[in-house]
Design a protein around this ligand. Sequence first.
Ligand SMILES: [Zn+2]
Length: 165
Amino acid sequence: MKTTACGECGANAKVVRGSYPFKESGLPNVVLQGIDLIRCPKCRTTDPVIPRVNVLLRLLVVAVVSKPYRLVGEEVRFLRKYLRMSGEEFSHLIHVDKTTLSKWENNEDPISHQSDRLIRAVTLALGDGLKDKLEEIVRLFGQIEESRSDLRIDINPGEMSYQYA
Ligand SMILES: [Zn+2]
Protein backbone atom coordinates (compact mmCIF):
# COMPACT_ATOMS: atom_id res chain seq x y z
CA MET A 1 0.00 0.00 0.00
CA LYS A 2 1.21 3.47 -0.88
CA THR A 3 1.69 5.86 2.00
CA THR A 4 2.95 9.38 2.42
CA ALA A 5 3.37 11.95 5.17
CA CYS A 6 0.25 14.01 5.84
CA GLY A 7 0.78 17.62 4.76
CA GLU A 8 -0.95 18.86 7.91
CA CYS A 9 0.36 16.74 10.78
CA GLY A 10 3.12 14.61 9.26
CA ALA A 11 1.47 11.34 10.27
CA ASN A 12 1.72 8.33 7.97
CA ALA A 13 -1.22 8.69 5.58
CA LYS A 14 -2.69 6.26 3.07
CA VAL A 15 -2.69 7.08 -0.63
CA VAL A 16 -5.73 5.74 -2.46
CA ARG A 17 -7.15 6.18 -5.96
CA GLY A 18 -10.55 7.73 -6.11
CA SER A 19 -12.83 10.51 -7.19
CA TYR A 20 -12.94 13.91 -5.59
CA PRO A 21 -15.62 16.62 -5.76
CA PHE A 22 -13.58 19.61 -6.88
CA LYS A 23 -15.30 22.26 -4.70
CA GLU A 24 -12.14 24.40 -4.72
CA SER A 25 -12.99 25.30 -8.33
CA GLY A 26 -16.06 27.18 -7.07
CA LEU A 27 -18.21 25.04 -9.36
CA PRO A 28 -20.98 22.94 -7.86
CA ASN A 29 -20.79 19.74 -9.93
CA VAL A 30 -17.22 19.00 -10.91
CA VAL A 31 -15.69 15.65 -10.00
CA LEU A 32 -12.04 14.74 -10.52
CA GLN A 33 -11.83 11.07 -11.45
CA GLY A 34 -9.04 8.59 -10.79
CA ILE A 35 -6.73 10.83 -8.81
CA ASP A 36 -4.58 10.06 -5.76
CA LEU A 37 -6.21 10.92 -2.44
CA ILE A 38 -4.20 11.24 0.76
CA ARG A 39 -6.24 9.96 3.71
CA CYS A 40 -4.82 10.95 7.08
CA PRO A 41 -6.05 8.73 9.93
CA LYS A 42 -5.10 11.38 12.49
CA CYS A 43 -6.59 14.54 10.91
CA ARG A 44 -9.45 12.48 9.38
CA THR A 45 -9.06 14.46 6.18
CA THR A 46 -8.89 13.48 2.54
CA ASP A 47 -6.59 15.64 0.46
CA PRO A 48 -6.48 15.30 -3.31
CA VAL A 49 -3.22 15.28 -5.21
CA ILE A 50 -4.15 17.63 -8.02
CA PRO A 51 -1.74 17.24 -10.91
CA ARG A 52 -0.89 20.14 -13.24
CA VAL A 53 -3.37 22.60 -11.77
CA ASN A 54 -3.08 25.18 -14.55
CA VAL A 55 -3.64 22.63 -17.30
CA LEU A 56 -6.50 21.17 -15.32
CA LEU A 57 -8.16 24.57 -14.85
CA ARG A 58 -7.89 25.29 -18.56
CA LEU A 59 -9.49 21.92 -19.34
CA LEU A 60 -12.29 22.77 -16.93
CA VAL A 61 -12.84 26.12 -18.67
CA VAL A 62 -13.08 24.28 -22.02
CA ALA A 63 -15.59 21.85 -20.50
CA VAL A 64 -17.69 24.75 -19.19
CA VAL A 65 -17.72 26.84 -22.38
CA SER A 66 -18.43 23.74 -24.51
CA LYS A 67 -21.34 22.46 -22.46
CA PRO A 68 -24.57 22.26 -24.42
CA TYR A 69 -26.68 23.87 -21.68
CA ARG A 70 -27.07 27.39 -20.44
CA LEU A 71 -24.39 28.53 -17.99
CA VAL A 72 -25.25 28.59 -14.29
CA GLY A 73 -24.16 31.39 -11.96
CA GLU A 74 -21.11 29.66 -10.52
CA GLU A 75 -19.84 29.00 -14.04
CA VAL A 76 -20.16 32.66 -15.01
CA ARG A 77 -18.14 33.61 -11.91
CA PHE A 78 -15.59 30.84 -12.63
CA LEU A 79 -15.04 32.09 -16.21
CA ARG A 80 -14.78 35.70 -15.07
CA LYS A 81 -12.16 34.73 -12.49
CA TYR A 82 -10.23 32.73 -15.07
CA LEU A 83 -10.01 36.01 -17.00
CA ARG A 84 -8.81 37.67 -13.77
CA MET A 85 -11.47 40.37 -14.04
CA SER A 86 -13.47 42.08 -11.32
CA GLY A 87 -17.25 42.17 -11.55
CA GLU A 88 -16.94 45.82 -12.49
CA GLU A 89 -14.46 45.23 -15.33
CA PHE A 90 -16.34 42.24 -16.70
CA SER A 91 -19.79 43.84 -16.63
CA HIS A 92 -18.36 46.90 -18.36
CA LEU A 93 -16.77 44.72 -21.05
CA ILE A 94 -19.96 42.83 -21.88
CA HIS A 95 -22.08 45.96 -21.40
CA VAL A 96 -24.43 44.90 -18.63
CA ASP A 97 -25.17 46.47 -15.31
CA LYS A 98 -22.97 45.32 -12.43
CA THR A 99 -26.12 44.31 -10.56
CA THR A 100 -27.26 42.18 -13.49
CA LEU A 101 -23.94 40.32 -13.54
CA SER A 102 -24.12 39.82 -9.80
CA LYS A 103 -27.65 38.39 -10.07
CA TRP A 104 -26.47 35.95 -12.73
CA GLU A 105 -23.49 34.85 -10.66
CA ASN A 106 -25.70 34.28 -7.63
CA ASN A 107 -28.37 32.43 -9.60
CA GLU A 108 -30.94 35.10 -8.78
CA ASP A 109 -31.70 35.66 -12.46
CA PRO A 110 -31.10 33.29 -15.37
CA ILE A 111 -28.47 34.58 -17.76
CA SER A 112 -29.86 35.67 -21.13
CA HIS A 113 -29.02 33.38 -24.03
CA GLN A 114 -27.12 36.07 -25.89
CA SER A 115 -25.04 37.05 -22.88
CA ASP A 116 -24.33 33.37 -22.23
CA ARG A 117 -22.81 33.02 -25.70
CA LEU A 118 -20.99 36.33 -25.45
CA ILE A 119 -19.36 35.30 -22.16
CA ARG A 120 -18.20 32.02 -23.69
CA ALA A 121 -16.75 33.79 -26.73
CA VAL A 122 -15.02 36.46 -24.63
CA THR A 123 -13.54 33.75 -22.38
CA LEU A 124 -12.17 31.87 -25.38
CA ALA A 125 -10.75 35.02 -26.95
CA LEU A 126 -9.10 36.42 -23.82
CA GLY A 127 -8.46 33.40 -21.58
CA ASP A 128 -4.98 31.90 -21.29
CA GLY A 129 -4.33 29.22 -23.88
CA LEU A 130 -7.86 29.09 -25.29
CA LYS A 131 -7.73 31.00 -28.55
CA ASP A 132 -7.12 27.90 -30.67
CA LYS A 133 -10.47 26.52 -29.42
CA LEU A 134 -12.47 29.62 -30.34
CA GLU A 135 -13.74 28.62 -33.76
CA GLU A 136 -14.51 25.01 -32.88
CA ILE A 137 -16.53 25.96 -29.80
CA VAL A 138 -18.35 28.97 -31.29
CA ARG A 139 -19.60 26.62 -34.02
CA LEU A 140 -21.31 24.56 -31.30
CA PHE A 141 -23.29 27.55 -30.00
CA GLY A 142 -26.36 26.53 -32.01
CA GLN A 143 -26.61 23.35 -29.95
CA ILE A 144 -26.87 25.07 -26.57
CA GLU A 145 -30.15 24.14 -24.94
CA GLU A 146 -32.05 25.28 -21.88
CA SER A 147 -30.55 24.99 -18.42
CA ARG A 148 -29.71 21.72 -16.76
CA SER A 149 -28.66 22.40 -13.20
CA ASP A 150 -28.02 18.74 -12.35
CA LEU A 151 -25.30 18.41 -14.98
CA ARG A 152 -22.07 16.97 -13.65
CA ILE A 153 -18.68 17.54 -15.25
CA ASP A 154 -16.28 14.63 -14.79
CA ILE A 155 -12.64 15.49 -15.31
CA ASN A 156 -10.01 12.82 -15.76
CA PRO A 157 -6.68 14.55 -15.05
CA GLY A 158 -4.70 11.43 -16.02
CA GLU A 159 -6.05 11.52 -19.57
CA MET A 160 -6.79 15.27 -19.54
CA SER A 161 -10.29 14.50 -20.74
CA TYR A 162 -13.76 15.46 -19.60
CA GLN A 163 -17.32 14.27 -19.97
CA TYR A 164 -20.77 15.39 -18.94
CA ALA A 165 -22.85 13.11 -16.76
ZN1 LIG B 1 -2.75 14.51 9.30
